[in-house]
Design a protein around this ligand. Sequence first.
Ligand code: R5P
Length: 298
Amino acid sequence: MLVVGGSASTSLAESISRELGNSPFTLPFKKRFPDGELYVRIGGRFEGEDVILVQSTRRDEDILELFLLEDAIREGGARSLTLVIPYFGYSRQDRRFFPGEAVSARAMARRLEVDADAVITVDLHSPFNREIFSKPMREVSGVPAIARLLRRRPVDLLVSPDKGAVERGQKMADLLHKPCISLQKKRIDSEHVEITLPEDAPDLHGKHVAILDDVISTGGTIVESAQVLRRMGAEKVIAACTHGLFLKDAFERIKGVATEILSTDTLDNAAERGSVAPDISAILRERLASEHGGTGRK
Ligand code: R5P
């Protein structure tokens, strides 16, 4: 098995290779031609290998690199190609709201999976995105990685910042045996939200709370949520997410209201404290064992 780390996910790819018992790991060579076009080359031999390609699709250039790496692996004679997309960018437009719009999540899924045998991704933006792949797809939850961090901290209450995060909050509540409440969120625009506490919220005075979201993007949701919880008496507020985008000054703004910021390693960022590598590796081992019966060719 060979793990290939795309440039958007080098450290997570390396952690996955370690989790797989120090499976061979490589970082492709990459350069730009004078006209700006990208060139990639994967060193070593991968003919007949099960190749795991790890690359988040955060920036447009990451997507282009991914297409080229998939081509190199497929045409280089790999036995199988499993594509791991830790952060599936372009997944927020998951439906057509107005005529003429592209559904970017679907457009991406169709093209990314062409050269892959299977796709593994982490905490998709919405349930609609579970239906857009036609190849076998597994969604890893970021909850266990954050739970491993929260277990080592005194947390009294878990908080979902909106309805979409309720399932995640409940999963965490089950793992940590803590209560969970859900806030009400009204989005004003792409950077601003209004957050309110439910009427039946418990007394928050002196409590240590952890807000759990799938993505922290502009930080609007987390900052507003933390402010509401603080106003209601919470003593410590942890802001935790799977995917830490932290756009513009989001990190600084959150630091102003939260005691601690925690994120997994699906994206490189300053709050990366937990890893999804064990959870991704468990699925990879399971998948490859069932595909090849543990040994030998398919
Ligand atoms: C919303 O559906 C998501 O779960 C996040 O709450 C949202 O993307 C966070 O964005 P921001 O940090 O810009 O408020």
